[in-house]
Design a protein around this ligand. Structure first.
Ligand code: ASP
Ligand code: MG
Length: 422
């Protein structure tokens, strides 16, 4: 059996949904499970609903109305029969959000976020399943929350692998014998049956969970790029497609910030030796990239750019050394504020990290750290990572820039840089 994953961009319009249905129909094998994200930018829009509701700023119903209108526009294009039950199904799904919004906000933000934002994936999968049935192939809509179990950490649930694997292995294969499964990425549930999410862009990870638990033959992630490139075309004009790469290189690249695949996706596939294909839904005849167990290194140096970085410099107030005790506390503070460290560097009396400048929670982090440390920050930096670097590649990215911090090992060079003063 195989697993396919389609992201938000691949289903953002009626035309794209038709294309996804064609890909499923053309490339399906015996036993196919399809994981789908929310349509287009629905996740951002639903998170705006939660923000307005929770912080009582602006009208959450108006933001929700936009989501409804966009989904209905797509439905109207896909289904000429306006009495098709999918219309009511979509409307009723959004009524679940309205029920929450009608009450005063009493629950924690993270919990509310997951209950409302998860509806994006419920909507998209219902629409795609209905459309596939409409054009005549046997699909079954499956609720991923009945299969992927997490702890109670809302917005970033940790998967309970034993329970998840047990349920998937027992109940999914018999369904796949008859039907193609359409299910949601990004969402799971707690042992009390509350919805959780797996972290932004987590649908790739969901697909890897299903694929590894089912010991699938392979997983294909269909994207709007031809495969894994050696740099994001947003920052680089001459990019090259990497036809094949190892799990290790894929893990390293995504860890350093290559956004083509969610970083958590590779490990479960590597553990079960399941190949991952990254292919273009715009040009499905192309082979794309294959990620698998190989000792081959990347054929070309790869570049990862992360703009909008803040360098945080942390020193103990009493000028004692940075030791295990401080480090433990510092990392814990980052974890509690949900801040991921992109680069770190330490000396005897200071510890420096580079993090994404996400605004509000960076300030909260500062406040927490300042209770025990002297903290200084500098913003507006860029983090450049080169895997399989050489001097030429370093020179190429440093034009007009100067290095603030640099870390190198035999394969990877990371440079935190700022624009040179003219
Ligand atoms: N819809 C979710 C998000 O936008 C999950 C995903 O797209 O992978 O973060
Ligand atoms: Mg997405």
């Amino acid at each position: 059996m195989q697993v396919f994953k389609f992201g938000g961009a691949s289903v953002k319009s009626a035309e794209n949904i038709r294309n996804v249905a064609t890909i499923i129909d053309t490339y399906k094998v015996n036993g196919l499970l399809v994981v789908v994200s929310a349509i287009g930018k629905t996740t951002n829009k639903l998170s705006e609903v939660v923000d307005r509701y929770f912080h009582r700023e602006g009208d959450p119903f108006e933001a929700l109305e936009q989501v409804r209108a966009e989904h209905l526009t797509i439905l109207n294009e896909l289904f000429t029969d306006k009495n098709h039950p999918i219309f009511d199904d979509v409307i009723n799904t959004l009524v679940e959000a309205e029920w929450i919004l009608e009450e005063e906000p009493q629950d924690a933000y993270d919990y509310l976020y997951d209950q409302i934002v998860s509806l994006g994936e419920i909507l998209s999968t219902k629409i795609i399943a209905a459309y596939c049935q409409h054009v005549g192939f046997a699909v079954r809509w499956v609720d991923a929350r009945d299969y992927i179990f997490t702890d109670n950490r809302y917005m970033e649930g940790t998967v309970d692998w034993a329970k998840t694997e047990d349920k998937i292995r027992r109940d999914i294969p018999p369904i796949l014998e008859k039907d193609i499964i359409i299910t949601q990425g990004f969402i799971g549930s707690t042992s009390e049956n509350f919805t959780t999410t797996l972290g932004r862009e987590g649908s790739d990870y969901s697909a890897a969970i299903f694929a590894s638990c089912l010991r699938a033959q392979d997983l294909t992630i269909w994207k709007d790029v031809p495969g894994v490139l050696n740099a994001d075309p947003k920052w680089f004009n001459e990019t090259e497609l990497i036809p094949e790469l190892s799990y290790t290189d894929a893990i390293e690249l995504t860890y350093y910030g290559a956004t083509v695949i969610h970083p958590k996706t590779i490990k479960p596939l590597q553990n079960t030796l399941i190949p991952l294909y990254v292919r273009s839904f715009l040009d499905p005849t192309q082979p794309g990239t294959q990620i698998r167990a190989t000792h081959q290194t990347l054929p070309v140096p790869s570049f990862i750019f992360k703009v909008n970085q803040v360098l945080v410099n942390i020193q103990p107030l009493d000028f004692s050394f940075i030791v295990e005790d401080n480090l433990g506390h510092i990392f814990n503070t980052f974890h509690q504020n949900r801040i991921k460290v992109n680069m770190m560097h330490n000396s005897a009396i200071s510890f420096c990290v580079s993090i994404d400048d996400t605004g509000e929670n960076v300030w909260q982090l500062m406040e927490d750290l300042q209770k025990r440390y002297k903290v200084s920050v500098s913003a507006g930096l860029e983090l450049i990572t080169i895997r399989y670097y050489n001097q030429q590649t370093i020179d190429r990215v440093l034009v007009g820039k100067e290095i603030v911090r640099e870390l190198k090992d035999s394969y990877t060079c990371q440079m935190l840089v700022k624009k040179k003063d003219e």
